[in-house]
Design a protein around this ligand. Structure first.
Ligand SMILES: C[S@@+](CC[C@H](N)C(=O)[O-])C[C@H]1O[C@@H](n2cnc3c(N)ncnc32)[C@H](O)[C@@H]1O
Length: 211
C-alpha cells in the first residue's frame, strides 16, 4: 500500500508560512515542545523538518515519518543538518509499520489536525511507545468559548480542502487524555497572540505519558 499523500500546493506554501510563524513565536514553541526529550523518538508528520534543529542532545535517534513526498524530501535535507541522528521515511500515523513499545517518546506538532483518523493515530502511537514513554504535542485545538467554537465549525466546512486536510476545531487535547495517556503538563494559549477572531488561534503544548 502506498503511504504517499500528495499535496503539491500545500507542500510549496507551508514552509513559507511556517517561516513567518517561526519569527513570531513558532520556533519558541518548538523549543518548548522538545525541551527535556530523550532516547529514541518517533516524529509523525514531520513536514519539512522544522522541529529537527530543536532536538536536545539526550535524544539518541529520531525516526521521522512524512507522507507528502515534497515535504519529505525537504525534511531529508533538514535531517542532514540536525544536531541528533534523524532518519526520514514515508509513513502514515494511522498505520505505523513499527514495533510495539519501541520508542521512548513520540512527537506530534500541528499534525493531529490533519490526519484522517486522529483517534486511530493515537492508538498507534500508544502501541509503539514503551510504558511510561512520552507523547509530546503542539497542536491547534477546539476553542473554549461558544463564539470560537462556532467560528471553527464554519471554518472546518472549507478549510480542510484548502489546507491538506487540516481541521481547526478538533478537541485533540481531549482525545489525547482519552486514549490511554496521562497528561503531565499542558499549556493552552492563543497563537498568534491577538484578539482578532482567528479560528486557528487556540493551541496547546503538552506532555502526556503512556499509561
Ligand atoms: C501542518 S503540517 C505540520 C508539519 C510539521 N509537523 C510541523 O510541525 O511543521 C501537517 C503535516 O501532517 C502530515 N500528515 C497529514 N496526514 C498525515 C497522516 N495520516 N500521517 C502522518 N502525517 C500526516 C502532512 O503531510 C504535513 O506534513
Amino acid at each position: 500500500m502506498s503511504v504517499d499523500r500528495r499535496h503539491p500546493v500545500f507542500a510549496r506554501v507551508y514552509p513559507r508560512l511556517d517561516a513567518a510563524s517561526a519569527r513570531i513565536g513558532g520556533d519558541a514553541h518548538r523549543a518548548e515542545l522538545l525541551d527535556g526529550a530523550s532516547g529514541r523518538v518517533l516524529e509523525l508528520g514531520a513536514g519539512h523538518g522544522a522541529n529537527f534543529r530543536f532536538y536536545p542532545p539526550a535524544v539518541t535517534e529520531v525516526v521521522a515519518l512524512e507522507p507528502e513526498p515534497r515535504l519529505r524530501s525537504l525534511a531529508a535535507g533538514a535531517a542532514s543538518a540536525a544536531p541528533v541522528p534523524v532518519s526520514v521515511r514515508p509513513g502514515i500515523a494511522e498505520d505505523l509499520d513499527l514495533d510495539d513499545a519501541s520508542f521512548d517518546a513520540a512527537v506530534v506538532s500541528l499534525v493531529l489536525c490533519s490526519v484522517r483518523d486522529p483517534v486511530r493515530a493515537l492508538t498507534e502511537l500508544r502501541r509503539v511507545l514503551r510504558p511510561g514513554g512520552e507523547l509530546r504535542y503542539y497542536e491547534h485545538v477546539r476553542g473554549r468559548s461558544p463564539g470560537t467554537v462556532r467560528l471553527q465549525r464554519l471554518a472546518d466546512v472549507l478549510w480542510p480542502s484548502l489546507a491538506a486536510g487540516c481541521h481547526v476545531g478538533r478537541p485533540t487535547d481531549r482525545w489525547i487524555a482519552g486514549s490511554g495517556f496521562s497528561v503531565v503538563r499542558q499549556r493552552r494559549f492563543r497563537f498568534p497572540d491577538s484578539r482578532a477572531p482567528n479560528p486557528a488561534a487556540p493551541h496547546v503544548i503538552g506532555v502526556a505519558v503512556r499509561d
